[in-house]
Design a protein around this ligand. Structure first.
Ligand SMILES: [Fe+2]
Ligand SMILES: [Fe+2]
Length: 166
């Protein structure tokens, strides 16, 4: 009797509460990725000026990566017996990444990207911490995604340094 409630790891009946908590975190991460895709599309198209190209090209490349992250989060939600939420559940949070009034204001965009990436880095570290000893598969997946976000942040920190010295 005891063993049947203990088997199955994170998919086992005994792990229901932990599993539901992981699914909730994965849904939040999914929405963060989706919103990042929206913000990066806008900011990869809108900017004007000679300096804009490097930033818009970089964002364009990131869109595909963030979309891939959203898909990975979605698939893991389903594996954990959850369901990927519909668009009606979306609510925006990236006030700092709205397109600037002045489309040559690259610093605004670069700072917004750094804030978005930093938010993802903080939250994915939380997921990793919760999943340690509970759900090694989710932990492993999020560690890989975290590495991408750290790379994105580092790249944009370099852009910011350059823009601020001018
Ligand atoms: Fe991402
Ligand atoms: Fe990212």
């Amino acid at each position: 009797m005891e063993s049947s409630t203990k088997g199955g790891g994170i998919l086992g009946e005994g792990a229901r509460e932990d599993r539901e908590r992981v699914v909730e975190m994965l849904k939040k991460a999914y929405w963060m990725e989706i919103e990042t895709v929206m913000s990066y599309i806008a900011n990869s198209i809108n900017p004007d000026g000679i300096r804009a190209r490097e930033i818009t090209e970089s964002l364009e490349k990131d869109i595909q990566e963030e979309l891939g992250h959203a898909q990975q989060f979605g698939k893991r939600i389903k594996e954990l017996y959850g369901a990927v939420p519909g668009s009606a559940e979306f609510s925006s949070e990236q006030s700092f990444l709205q397109p600037p009034e002045d489309q040559t204001d690259l610093i605004h965009i670069v700072r917004g990207v750094i804030e978005a990436e930093s938010g993802a880095i903080d939250f994915y570290n939380e997921i990793i911490e919760f999943c340690a000893d509970r759900d090694p598969v989710t932990e492993d997946m999020v560690v890989t995604i975290l590495a991408d976000e750290e790379g994105h942040r580092r790249l944009f920190e370099g852009f910011l340094r350059e823009l601020e010295t001018d």
